[in-house]
Design a protein around this ligand. Structure first.
Ligand code: PGA
Length: 242
């Protein structure tokens, strides 16, 4: 995959009326050449987005359960995500890990479920502030990759989002040189352990229109995962065109 992926993670924001309002103002123009855009709304909004998304723009979910079906109240399977037209699913977002106790073993099972159902996973990894300050960033991130991807070659394509936990929703964006160090380490790790994987490495964490261009120009950065700044069509469009 040669394109850069610019992804909107809407978290637990927006109602149906908000979505209508967003797409009233969202340009019907295709994404700039070499850019792919994807939206990750809350689960119940997936069908509405599928119906409103301009041609060629992708849809994704923020999470999935690892089982194909079963008595799991409140959960959603990758089989249903596929049925609803999802192209992507976020797996292991730091809010899932930290607020909902998702372990690496669970995240590995969710990755397998996404592969089983042909929904391309975006595996989210990243270190906490104390881990960065203690010089353990690469150990943490590469450790998450090893546990979440497992030793067997992934059966189909996936992407990785590097999201330092201390940068998410805090307004503290990683410096391009810090992002570059981690992205290059992830690429080297993937090359060593899963050569041939066509994974793009996205950066996420307080991306704003004024930081997007420098991040996209950073070696190893093949996309952005945008939370807060993706909620407004003008600011997300500015990031997409950065
Ligand atoms: P943020 O969120 O851009 O609001 O920091 C990013 C994310 O959590 O994916």
């Amino acid at each position: 995959m040669e394109s850069v992926l610019v992804a909107a993670n809407w978290k637990m924001y927006k109602t149906t009326a908000d979505v209508q309002h967003f797409f009233d103002r969202w340009s019907r123009d295709p994404a700039p050449p070499g850019r792919e855009v994807a939206f990750f709304p809350p689960f119940p909004l997936l069908p509405l987005l599928r119906s409103l998304l301009p041609q060629g723009q992708a849809l994704g979910a923020q999470n999935a359960h690892e089982a194909d079906e079963g008595a799991f109240t409140g959960e959603v399977s990758c089989a249903l995500l596929k049925d609803l037209g999802c192209d992507y699913v976020l797996i292991g977002h730091s809010e899932r890990r930290n607020l909902f106790g998702e372990t690496d073993a669970r995240i590995a099972a969710k990755m397998r479920a996404a592969f089983r159902h042909g929904v391309r996973p975006i595996l989210c990894v990243g270190e906490h502030l104390d881990e960065r300050q203690g010089g353990r960033t690469l150990d943490v991130v590469l450790g998450q990759l090893a546990e979440d991807l497992g030793a067997a070659p992934p059966p189909s394509g996936f992407d990785v989002a590097y999201e330092p936990v201390w940068a998410i929703g805090t307004g503290k964006v990683a410096r391009p040189q810090d992002a570059a160090e981690v992205h290059e380490a992830i690429l080297a790790w993937l090359h060593e352990h899963h050569a041939g994987a066509d994974a793009r490495i996205l950066y996420g964490g307080s991306v704003k229109p004024d930081s997007a261009a420098a991040l996209l120009a950073t070696p190893g950065v093949r996309g952005l995962l945008v939370g807060g700044a993706s909620l407004d069509p003008a600011s997300f469009a500015a990031i997409l065109r950065a």
